[in-house]
Write a protein that binds this ligand. Structure first.
Ligand SMILES: Nc1ncnc2c1ncn2[C@@H]1O[C@H](COP(=O)(O)OP(=O)(O)OP(=O)(O)O)[C@@H](O)[C@H]1O
Ligand SMILES: [Mg+2]
Length: 236
């Protein structure tokens, strides 16, 4: 739980000013965000930075991960200079690893109870990285109902970041789900000349005045994290 002063906070910051600016200041608190993209496009790094930004701003957070053990996630975040060990010790952050090879649960049986538990505990930010396994084993009705459940929890005060691979959806589903979410971030990798560049497209952020230029190209650097590259330079 945050203090009264910290409750004045309005945004989840990525810790990177340029990136936050592109999102109209950052992702507003108490909202549902969809982060989708192709493999290796930076979904995890981006959300790890958002968790870090939130923890530093006094929020409590939970990471539900299908990609890491608690230990490997700590190491991964340390490699970006995001040392979460103190936050774990202080119980300001919890990690729930899910082994999808062993878990055969649906979205409603596997993820929803975890999120409800987080909301009961007053957790400020919950990240699910990733939902891909669950989405590829669910009908669109189940997915829509999951996003509706998430909306109820965000209305009660928790922020939720849902991460998924784009291949888990049809383009039609993405449009539908993107419209249900308060924010929608799309990541991809593009080849520019001889370089591979990661691209973040801010498709939607509720309340932010987005213009057509809301595309950021970036790289991930050891112990630095996301480094924005000017789009013109990336293209050169
Ligand atoms: N500490 C680091 N130093 C340098 N590069 C890093 C570091 N951590 C991650 N990366 C790189 O950043 C890129 C994006 O990684 P990330 O794990 O965020 O992608 P992702 O979209 O989550 O991929 P996946 O679909 O596999 O989950 C990868 O190329 C990865 O190797
Ligand atoms: Mg990932």
């Amino acid at each position: 739980m945050r203090t009264e002063q910290e409750k004045e906070l309005k945004f989840i910051s990525t810790g990177n000013d340029e990136l936050d600016k592109k999102m109209g200041g950052g992702i507003p608190l108490r909202t549902l965000t969809l982060v989708e993209g192709q493999p290796d496009s930076g979904k995890s790094v981006l959300t790890q930075q958002m968790v870090w930004g939130s923890l530093n701003n006094g929020c409590t957070a939970v990471i539900i991960t299908t990609e890491n053990t608690a230990k490997s996630l700590v190491t991964q975040m340390q490699s970006l200079n995001l040392d979460i060990t103190d936050y774990l010790l202080l119980s300001r952050l919890s990690i729930y690893p899910i082994d999808i090879k062993k878990t055969r649960q649906s979205l409603s049986a596997g993820i929803v109870p975890l999120l409800i538990g987080c909301a009961h505990k007053g957790v400020d930010l919950a990240v699910i990285d990733s939902l891909t396994y669950y989405l590829t084993h669910a009908t669109i009705e189940e997915v829509l109902s999951f996003f509706e459940e998430c909306k109820i929890l965000t209305d009660r005060g928790m922020s939720i970041l849902c991460v998924a691979h784009s291949y888990a959806f049809t383009e039609e589903d993405i449009v539908r789900l993107g419209s249900m979410c308060d924010a929608h971030l799309r990541l991809r990798i593009e080849t520019m000349g001889s370089k591979m560049v990661k691209i973040l497209e801010v498709a939607k952020v509720r309340g932010a005045k987005l213009t057509t230029g809301n595309i950021v190209s970036f790289d991930v650097e050891p112990y630095l994290g996301i480094r924005v590259i000017p789009y013109s330079k990336a293209k050169a």
